[in-house]
Design a protein around this ligand. Structure first.
Ligand code: NZQ
Ligand code: ZN
Length: 391
């Protein structure tokens, strides 16, 4: 295990009706004028937005609203939010929605306290100062409710970039699993896929002797495999929703990622798909992950065989561990398909003619030497080959 620091001071309120406490938590964390940020309308239709507003009113907290965050949130609305917060002297942001709303809130929170263009942070900066934010989560997926990250799509060029910074971790997060019961099955499945991806990105490591985090990741993966089909079968299964919701947070607040190198190849490759084709991030990952894992298999056959046996219940073939490793990837693919996820470019609505462009944009990303990947270092040609495996 490598040296690490870990500080994740988000206050979590979990369970039924907890959204009615939003005002109380805003007061507790020092907010007096709030921006309520939300998406395309699900929280209006479900009545959640009204309940959140009522709880702020009950605490005597003044607020303004900005809805309209789209999945794969755009830079344009962030600029609007920054302006609104400055004009209204907002000192606290409450995100009511999923990862897109939370990420847009984080971008606004950082931008309000920054003199330059907020996008600078998404070109490689670390956010050190931001307005405090709280979240009321409506989908188990991105894990942004416990993470220090934010992902925004730049409208000029339609590409996605991420930033990070401890200042972006929510001060509080309200998690009522019942709020996720209104999700369409497809979005629920996208969320489960994203959670599994966050676990794989950490599992695929070059650090040895990380038994504790390996085992934590395996437990969370097995929870998703158990609970995923149960919520697709019965969307009102509160207990299954609850397990998925907490697993989704733990999968990405980095408690499972400390002390080990991480990969993030699948995310870097997927982000270009959801930016260009506006598909759901989880759906993109369902197509990307099996291709990336197959391409990277030879780098560490034993690690892929380990997840195959410990998580997917494959029998270890000691004379041919590669076969076991491939069985594990196949089991993942079958699981995702059974949830209703796409498995290739066509099902995702992606165009093979864009592959060179996709690979180019993906490689310009997090690592500026034109390569990506923490598990296996991949250049643009490798990334193109991986996209081709998805066609
Ligand atoms: O906009 P509304 O009307 O609210 O509808 C949303 C949206 O259409 C709907 N939805 C959410 N909760 C609902 C609901 N519909 C009915 N009932 C509910 N309870 O679901 C759709 C998807 O919402 P979105 O917020 O986009 O989903 P998700 O949480 O998957 O977020 C995806 C974004 O997060 C980024 C992704 O790249 C993507 O842009 N990520 C952020 C990360 C982070 N900040 O740490 C890490 C992730 O890896 C990921 O990259
Ligand atoms: Zn993700």
């Amino acid at each position: 295990m490598e040296n690490f620091t870990f500080y994740a001071p988000t206050y979590f309120a979990f369970g039924k009706d907890t959204e009615n406490e939003t005002g109380k938590y805003v007061s507790r964390f020092g907010g007096s004028k709030v921006l309520i940020h939300y998406g395309g309308g699900s929280v209006v239709r479900s009545g959640l937005l009204e309940r959140v507003k009522d709880s702020l009113k009950n605490e005597g907290i003044d607020f303004v609203e900005l809805g309209g965050v789209r999945p794969n949130p755009r830079s344009g609305l962030v600029y609007e939010g920054i302006e609104l917060c400055r004009k209204e002297q907002v000192d606290f942001i409450v995100a009511v929605g999923g990862g897109s709303v939370i990420d847009s809130s984080k971008a606004i929170a950082a931008g309000v306290l920054y003199d330059g263009d907020f996008w600078d942070y998404y070109e490689g900066g670390i956010v050190e100062k931001a307005l405090p934010i709280g979240t009321v989560v409506t989908i188990s997926a991105a894990g942004s409710e416990g993470s220090a990250d934010s992902v925004i799509t730049k409208e000029e060029g339609m590409f996605k970039r991420a930033t990070t910074g401890e200042a972006l971790r929510p001060k509080f997060t309200i998690m009522n699993p019942a709020l996720t019961q209104t999700l369409p099955a497809y979005q629920t499945a996208c969320g489960i896929t994203d959670i599994l991806a966050h676990l794989y990105e950490r599992y695929l490591t070059n650090t040895s002797e990380v038994e504790v985090t390996d085992r934590m990741i395996e437990a969370l993966m097995m929870t998703m495999i158990h609970e995923g089909p149960r919520v697709i079968e019965d969307p009102n299964n509160y207990q299954a929703r609850a397990n998925i919701m907490w697993a989704g947070m733990m999968a990405h607040n980095n408690s499972c990622g400390v002390g080990r190198t991480q990969d993030w190849t699948s995310h870097d490759i997927e982000h270009e798909l959801s930016a260009l084709y506006d598909c759901a991030h989880g759906a993109g990952l369902a197509v990307v992950m099996p291709a990336v894992f197959t391409y990277n298999l030879q780098h560490d056959v034993n690690r892929f065989a380990q997840v195959a046996t410990r998580v997917w219940g494959c029998q270890m073939d000691f004379s041919n561990p590669e076969r076991t490793a491939l069985e594990g990837i196949e089991a993942l693919r079958r699981f995702l398909t059974s949830l209703g996820m796409p498995c290739n470019f066509a099902e995702l609505g992606a165009n093979p003619e864009d592959i060179e462009k996709l690979a180019h944009t993906a490689c310009y990303g997090d690592v500026n030497d034109g390569s990506l990947g923490g598990f296996v270092k991949l250049n643009q040609k490798d990334v193109e080959n991986i996209y081709r495996l998805m066609v």
